[in-house]
Design a binder for this molecule. Structure first.
Ligand SMILES: [Fe+2]
Ligand SMILES: [Fe+2]
Length: 163
């Protein structure tokens, strides 16, 4: 089985738009979502590098690690649905993990991220509702719940930066 999805939209935004339009994830869609989730880890790491204090960095790095954990839940979902092992592509092979340098992190940028994380929860709950396999549905729900927690952590970061 190919590790990368059959259809690779041009960039992160296009890939996210494609997934946002769905109400149920097929296996190829899950492979695409894995690329977005694993791309989230280095993205959060770069955000963490760009902010102070250490507490804010730690919150953002924690979010990043959990994005990788989300990819691992999707890997398990693929394996449940296909009955075959699936290997998460390396970051070097991930076309969405090469985002440009961060520049200055603004509160507006972080507020946008809070909204994106909340939207991520809603999307995962929609996918879970459309999924017939109860184990796969639960994996999707868990990812969603953690996206809301990510949004809450980013709100804590905003409070730390404001303070
Ligand atoms: Fe995620
Ligand atoms: Fe997240």
């Amino acid at each position: 089985m190919s590790h990368l999805p059959a259809d690779l939209p041009a960039d992160f935004g296009a890939a996210f738009a494609k997934l946002s339009a769905l109400t149920k994830l097929g296996v190829e869609d899950m492979k695409l979502m894995i690329l977005l989730e694993t791309a989230g880890d280095p993205l959060y790491a770069r955000l963490a590098d760009a902010v102070e204090p250490e507490e804010a960095k730690a919150l953002l790095r924690q979010n990043g690690r959990e994005e990788t954990a989300h990819a691992h839940r999707l890997k398990r979902a693929i394996e449940i649905l296909t009955g075959a092992p699936y290997e998460i592509p390396a970051l070097e092979d991930n076309p969405y993990a090469k985002s440009p340098s961060m520049g200055t992190v603004t509160v507006e940028m972080l507020r946008g991220l809070v909204q994106a994380e909340r939207g991520g929860d809603a999307l995962y709950q929609t996918y879970a509702a459309g999924e017939e396999n109860p184990d796969v549905a639960e994996l999707l729900r868990q990812n969603g719940r953690e996206e809301t927690r990510h949004g809450e952590r980013v709100e804590q970061v905003i409070a730390l930066l404001d303070g």
